[in-house]
Design a binder for this molecule. Structure first.
Ligand SMILES: Nc1ncnc2c1ncn2[C@@H]1O[C@H](COP(=O)(O)OP(=O)(O)O)[C@@H](O)[C@H]1O
Ligand SMILES: [Mg+2]
Length: 345
């Protein structure tokens, strides 16, 4: 039997804008296995949040799912297409099966609603009525995320620090015991020590509850620490996916290599960062061929005309796919960069 809990298959999502149709997610496919953490990386605007909102059917009205399926397998149940769920089945799916910690949510908490009411409202909205049980569960989870349970339960958001609020939201996301949690930049709006606490708390929850995570982050060091699998998105496309070691030691897409080169290294006293030149493309009128070609130092003529497909790289070894016409050269170049790093140690 397969242990895939969530299988995103050919998902395409666009927004209707005044300038035309913006394809924010373009034929994205991947599988999430039981207990796996998948990190989604890529610059701002590449479609990470849209993809996750699409999975949850929480897109704004101006968005359209153009194609694709999101096959979800409940514990001990038959696979269903989550995009076809409606009404009470959809409410149950959201939160009791698959929940989300939204990007920047910690700054948008309603200041006049106590944490206890957030807990009860969340439970009620998703069809849970046994409030004594819910309270006991919330207190247990608050403890697990290293909050003082009783104090936090009765607090208003403004009485808590940003890191504490984020941990409340993380605890709320697992209140109804979902199998899958989508975390959208959970460490972006907090300071570095708080980041550490949040990462540790997520690891505890993952271990204690056996949940699978999709973890959106543009901080590659955090992705490296959390992820089993890493997927790179560029301009709506999933351009590379593989095990965390493959992706960070043997990247095969020029864009992933560019992201890695833009990370400051302890060993490097070289003149600061090699940020990727240029900026992400206009997604209403994207470049032909490989959308990354105008920014890519490996690009040749074929990159301007032919759209690279995701191809498997290691026939026998660790899982790894990349959509790059020059993946062999990218890999060679990545080896040189890493060798330089070792030489500098
Ligand atoms: N509500 C919206 N209406 C129109 N365009 C949007 C909307 N939300 C996001 N977009 C566009 O969709 C693309 C993907 O955005 P998003 O999914 O937020 O990316 P990411 O999370 O990777 O930063 C961007 O070009 C963004 O400007
Ligand atoms: Mg986002």
């Amino acid at each position: 039997m397969s242990d895939i809990v969530l299988s995103v298959q050919g998902l395409s999502i666009s927004y209707l804008t005044a300038r035309g149709r913006l394809r924010a997610v373009n034929g994205v496919s991947f599988d999430l296995h039981q207990g796996e953490t998948l990190a989604l990386i890529g610059e701002s605007g590449c479609g990470k949040s849209t993809l996750n909102l699409g999975v949850m059917q929480l897109l704004p009205r101006t968005a359209l799912v153009d194609a694709g399926k999101v096959i979800y397998t409940p514990r001990g149940g038959q696979p269903i297409d989550a995009l076809k769920l409606k009404g009470s089945a959809l409410r149950r799916f959201r939160w009791a099966e698959c929940s989300m910690v939204f990007q920047a949510a910690l700054n948008s908490l309603n200041p006049v609603i106590r944490v206890r009411d957030m807990v009860y409202d969340t439970a009620r909205a998703h069809g849970e009525n046994d409030m004594r049980r819910i309270k006991a569960r919330a207190l247990e989870l608050f403890k697990m995320v290293r909050l003082d349970p009783d104090r936090v339960f009765d607090a208003y958001p403004h009485q808590l620090s940003g890191g504490m609020r984020q941990r409340v939201l993380i605890a709320l996301s697992v209140l109804l015991n979902p199998q899958v949690v989508l975390l959208d930049e959970p460490t972006t709006a907090v300071d570095i020590l708080t980041q550490r606490t949040i990462i540790d708390v997520l690891k505890t929850l993952r271990r204690e509850l056996g949940i699978s995570l999709i973890f959106i982050s543009h901080d590659l060091s955090i992705a490296a620490e959390m992820a089993d699998t890493v997927a790179t998105m560029y301009a709506g496309d999933l351009v590379e996916i593989g095990t965390v070691n493959e992706m960070f030691y043997r990247p095969a897409h020029a864009y992933t290599l560019g992201l890695l080169n833009a990370v400051p290294r302890l060993s490097a006293d070289r003149e600061a960062l090699n940020s990727i030149p240029g900026s992400p493309p206009d997604m209403i009128d994207a470049p032909s061929g490989c959308k990354f070609h105008p920014r890519c130092s490996f690009a040749t003529e074929i990159c301007q005309t032919s759209v690279p497909k995701l191809e498997v790289l290691n026939r026998d070894g660790a899982a790894h796919w990349a959509a790059c016409h020059h993946s062999d050269q990218v890999r060679l170049s990545a080896q040189e960069v890493l060798a330089d790093d070792h030489a500098a140690d």
